[in-house]
Design a protein. Structure first.
Length: 117
């Protein structure tokens, strides 16, 4: 089996990006999103700019009055919320599995574990 398999750290990073995006959409302001998430506004702006660059579309119309979702942004926020919800359900299932409450635990990452010396 070949190909990229994201590890939990990669998934957490993506979840954080979506959380930033959804907070900015909900608040209509990068500053307010930063306040809600307890991070500085430039971090919010940078992460959203990186997401827009990766997608090749503008998700927000920015102005001094705030940030409004573009039509692409409106569609994307729906998907981002679903991804966050799905990630939460996956995390809960993994925790339950690890605690012996459901099925067998599964590896989330194909990277071999590092051995302590």
């Amino acid at each position: 089996m070949s190909g990229y398999s994201p590890c939990l750290d990669d998934l957490e990073e993506e979840k954080w990006t979506f959380a930033i995006y959804v907070a900015a959409a909900r608040n209509g302001s990068f500053s307010a999103a930063g306040h809600e998430l307890n991070v500085r506004q430039p971090i919010i702006s940078k992460r959203i700019r990186e997401l827009e660059d990766e997608l090749g579309v503008f998700l927000f119309d920015r102005s001094t009055a705030g940030a409004r979702l573009t039509p692409s942004g409106e569609e994307f926020v729906v998907a981002a919320r679903r991804i966050i919800d799905a990630f939460q359900r996956l995390s809960e299932r993994a925790k339950a599995s690890g605690a012996g409450k459901t099925g067998e635990p599964h590896r989330v990452c194909r990277r071999p574990p590092t051995r302590e010396k």
